[in-house]
Design a protein around this ligand. Structure first.
Ligand code: NPG
Length: 367
């Protein structure tokens, strides 16, 4: 089967509520959707790079360039590659994990449709619904934070993640813990601390948190190791883990006890599965991170989180937590017990709503 056409769609979608982290405030979320057409089928992928290089060095601009000038020319007009063939071609391009992952996601969607299997099945998923939580951005004050937590707990979210940064950390986590003594709770600093300033986080050990996510710089496995040695609470790495090798080294070095897996951050679902497998072999739990995806990326995250090692709830909330109108016909809703059902239809199991897509498209490019 030949790849007939690839289309890039640059989108800008307004979040229902601004999302504030230690790196900045997002209200208008940009992303790129990749559509691969082959043999009358359409496969979709989402590039999670944002407009600004705050969370990662990749942006929608750099991803557009890498897709257009390097990755797409390897594929368009050629026969549909296997995952190994795609990864071998992509490996020659350094970095640019999110650009690579988006194209691979569209290929997984196609491979599933060709084989009549869901992406979850292709990846080795074992769960029909996955445990999920909600990630809550920084709020103006603790009273406002408690209101937002109360709203999401009332909606049925059974695990809450709080964003923290220097000056907005222990007191806010302690206030939420006081209000919800039994709620599974975790915090995420998005690299906002140094080993020195992270001394402020040591009292978090008294709050019975599931984990403390990415307190230190993304390129600093060693200082994470020093900090983990001083904390009883597990450190979980996100930004620092950009490949299976980093994951293996972080665990070996005891820089973290838990890993957040985002397929976009590690170059695709293939690498995400490798990280899952090596963490499982090492006895380290993993969970699926989120990047405010549309329904396309959400479907892919659900497929990944169906693997057996994803024992902690993912940052995969229901569609209505994010956008007024999503661009997939399928919306994802929260089940009782704080789970979301994994799509079972072939491929990612989603259909893009072309009218909704047109309404949020900034630019389109066809190959
Ligand atoms: O529910 O998708 C979600 C958001 C989860 O907190 C979340 N994502 O640091 O992991 C993160 C953060 C993020 C959002 C990172 C957007 C980058 C972009």
């Amino acid at each position: 089967m030949n790849i007939d056409r690839i289309t890039l769609h640059h989108l800008s979608m307004r979040l229902k509520y601004p999302f504030e982290t230690s790196f900045g405030r997002i209200q208008q979320r940009e992303c790129i959707l990749v559509q691969i057409q082959a043999g009358g089928l359409s496969g979709w992928g989402e590039c999670v790079a944002d407009r600004d290089p705050w969370y990662s060095s990749e942006t929608t601009g750099t991803a557009w360039h890498i897709l257009k000038d390097h990755l797409i020319p390897q594929l368009v007009g050629k026969s549909l590659p296997t995952a190994e063939e795609f990864q071998a071609g992509a490996a020659r391009i350094r970095g640019n994990a999110m650009a690579k992952a988006s194209l691979e996601m569209a290929l997984w969607d196609l491979w599933g449709q060709v084989e009549g299997k869901s992406v979850a099945q292709l990846l080795g998923g074992v769960r029909s619904a996955v445990p999920v939580g909600v990630s809550i951005g920084l709020q103006p004050d603790i009273a406002a934070l408690l209101d937002v937590v109360a709203k999401f707990v009332a909606e049925g979210y059974g695990r809450v993640k709080l964003k923290i940064k220097p000056g907005q950390d222990v007191p806010l986590a302690a206030a939420v813990r006081r209000a919800y003594p039994d709620l599974p709770l975790q915090v995420d600093a998005n690299s906002a601390y140094t080993l020195e300033s992270a001394a402020a986080l040591l009292p978090l050990d008294d709050l019975d948190l599931l984990l403390i996510e990415q307190p230190l710089a993304e390129d600093d496995l060693w200082d994470h190791r020093q900090l983990q040695a001083r904390l009883r609470t597990p450190i979980c790495l996100d930004e620092s883990i950009t490949s299976p090798r980093h994951a293996a080294q972080a665990l070996e070095m005891k820089a973290a006890r838990i890993i957040n897996i985002k397929a976009g951050r590690v170059g695709g679902l293939s690498q995400a599965v490798q990280i899952h497998d090596l963490c499982t072999a090492a006895g380290a739990p993993v969970w699926c991170g989120g990047m405010l995806e549309t329904g396309v990326g959400r479907a892919s995250n659900l497929a990944l989180a169906a693997l057996p090692g994803f024992t902690l709830p993912g940052d995969i909330s229901a569609s209505d937590r994010y956008y007024e109108q999503d661009i997939t016909e399928q919306g994802f809703t929260l089940n009782p017990e704080s789970t979301i059902t994994v799509p079972t239809a072939p491929g990612l199991g989603i259909t893009v709503d072309t009218a909704a897509l047109a309404g949020v498209t900034l630019a389109t490019l066809r190959f």
